[in-house]
Design a protein around this ligand. Structure first.
Ligand code: NAD
Ligand code: UD1
Length: 347
């Protein structure tokens, strides 16, 4: 049985992926500082596992990837127990674009500094398989063409810069030799939640992304959704994104892990999206229809640094990993709303 270290594993994407890893029979160690998540996620994952033996395969450690001593201890202990960490899924990171503009040092320290320490320990313990949570935000977006992995790269905010810096560091490690197996998964717009409604996106502080705001408006916590611009060059004038169900994303991680485990050492950059675009107004309409709720909205100016159309060419991930995103926008809206309702009573 292989052991996976999931940094940031109690977060939104990490929690869904860890659940799938455990179901697949992996041992999982979650290391999370809880800066943007809650330890309650662990009991919810355990509840969903519904099997005492599998539950024993999950370990939670509250801690920071910048804590070199702690990381050393985690790798050492796993080795001594003859359950060496075979792969790191590296979700840990701060992810607010706005916050990264006001606190760039914090973002570089946390995301890049923490990754340097993590990779140092991986090298020390000869754990050289890593799946990194990268982002479509590293691309230079222009026009309406699908973005493929060779499209120009040019992140325009500190958050995006940290993602690119980590990808570049991983490339340097790979080029040095030593048989690293690396997958940079460039996520597009994950939304929705596990269909149980028990785990989902639960950001602390100000909500920036559309789906948590949509949920916030639907429950009456936020008065209106402010749509950033109505004159984008799109069919209804609002921005278009490639929304992907978080469970399809989680399954993509399992496929990427299996691919890395079963193939020669290599470095992969893969777009993880559906290849289909939906406008902000389109998303609102679907959310209203499937959930029978009304979303109040108003148009406002474009957000600084925003783009019109961001859609993945996901053909490389599909063909290489034998992975296909299966869930519809309706599923994303129903599951995400179910999570919001459950979370109201049991946050
Ligand atoms: P999230 O905030 O829910 O999860 C990140 C987790 O990392 C949180 O639980 C947080 O507490 C933890 N964390 C942060 N810094 C840490 C540190 N120094 N040490 C230990 N734990 C730390 O975010 P998410 O949406 O699940 O995103 C996961 C990863 O995917 C992030 O790296 C993010 O940048 C990246 N990503 C997310 C999206 C998205 O739309 N959600 C898109 C592209 C990329
Ligand atoms: C944003 C970040 C991106 C980051 C990603 C995940 C910006 C410019 N981009 O992507 O770097 O990787 O989140 O964290 O911040 N929208 C509204 N009103 C709102 C919120 C959003 O109209 O209140 C619109 C946006 O203009 C956009 C779409 O909804 O057209 C999606 O926005 P969002 O969820 O923030 O994602 P991205 O902009 O794609």
């Amino acid at each position: 049985m292989k052991t996976i270290l999931a940094t940031g594993g109690t977060g939104y994407i990490g929690s869904h992926t860890c659940l799938e890893l455990l179901k697949k029979g992996y041992k999982v160690i979650i290391l999370d500082s809880l800066v943007n998540s809650s330890e309650k996620v662990i009991s919810k994952i355990n509840f969903l596992l519904n099997d005492k033996n599998i539950r024993n395969n999950l370990t939670f450690i509250k801690g920071d990837i910048n804590d070199e001593k702690l990381l050393d201890h985690i790798f050492k202990l796993a080795k001594e127990k003859c359950e060496p960490i075979s792969c790191v899924m590296h979700f840990a990171g701060l992810k607010s674009v706005a916050e990264s503009l006001s606190s760039p040092l914090q973002y570089w320290h946390n995301n890049v500094g923490g990754s340097i320490i993590l990779f140092k320990l991986m090298e020390k313990y000869k754990c050289r398989t890593v799946i990194f949570s990268s982002s479509a935000t590293i691309y230079q977006i222009s026009g309406d063409k699908l973005i493929n992995e060779s499209s120009p790269i040019n992140p325009i905010n500190p958050y995006g810069q940290t993602k690119l810096a980590i990808e570049r560091l991983l490339k340097d490690l790979y080029d040095k030799g030593n048989n690293w197996r690396i997958a940079n998964l460039r996520y597009f717009n994950p939304i929705g939640a596990h269909q149980s409604g028990l785990i989902g996106e639960n950001p602390k502080g100000i909500k920036n992304n559309i789906f948590p705001i949509l949920n916030g408006v639907a429950i009456g916590e936020i008065e209106k959704l402010r749509i950033y611009g109505k004159n984008w060059p799109t069919y209804d004038g609002t921005g278009i994104r490639d929304f992907i169900h978080v469970m399809d994303l989680a399954e993509g991680h399992i496929k990427a892990l299996e691919y890395l485990e079963n193939n020669e050492p290599q470095i992969l950059n893969l777009n993880i999206g559906t290849g289909k675009g939906t406008s902000v107004l389109g998303l609102i309409r679907i959310f209203e229809n499937v959930n029978k709720v009304k979303i109040n909205y108003e148009f406002t100016n474009r957000r600084k640094g925003d783009y019109g159309i961001v859609i993945a060419d996901n053909s490389l991930a599909k063909s290489l990993l034998k992975w296909t995103p299966k869930r519809s926008l309706e599923d994303m809206c129903v599951d995400g709303w179910r999570w919001q309702n459950n979370n109201l009573n049991n946050p």
